[in-house]
Design a protein around this ligand. Structure first.
Ligand code: I3P
Length: 126
């Protein structure tokens, strides 16, 4: 029954820590709650880990799954008006999940914005 994902899906394009707040789930607004997240971008998805990378790897061995975001058909845009913080962008998925990502460090957030935008632009829209 196990589906083996194609290799390209397993390839990590970028990973690192950002501030994350999920603000909608399936179109339903959530109370904003910023937290540090270890973020792993591959060609079709982003995974958010609540823990440090080490902790996340340990948890993965016990079958613990990170929150996964399907980038197919997703949108990314700067979201100045959504936060009092600087350097915030929003990812909106087809399923109506909305995430804000933020870093105080300009080049870090710019790198992430472009990496995610490139991944989305390479994918089919549906
Ligand atoms: C929220 C918290 C968030 C803040 C948000 C507040 O309060 O302070 O950090 O977002 O502002 O509502 P609470 O913890 O009581 O839910 P930013 O840091 O992004 O500004 P908002 O309601 O204007 O989004």
């Amino acid at each position: 029954k196990d589906v083996i994902p194609p290799l390209e899906q397993l390839m990590v394009e970028k990973e690192g820590y950002l501030q994350k707040a999920k603000i909608a789930d399936g179109g339903k607004k959530l109370r904003k709650n910023w937290s540090t997240s270890w973020i792993v971008l591959s060609s079709r998805k982003i995974e958010f880990y609540k823990e440090s990378k080490q902790q996340a790897l340990a948890n993965m061995k016990t079958g613990h799954k990170p929150e996964s975001v399907d980038l197919c058909g997703a949108h990314i845009e700067w979201a100045k008006e959504k936060s009092s913080r600087k350097n915030v962008f929003q990812i909106t998925t087809v399923s109506g999940n909305e995430f804000l990502l933020q870093s105080d460090i300009d080049f870090i957030i710019l790198d992430w914005f472009h990496a995610i935008k490139n991944a989305i632009d390479r994918l089919p829209k549906d």
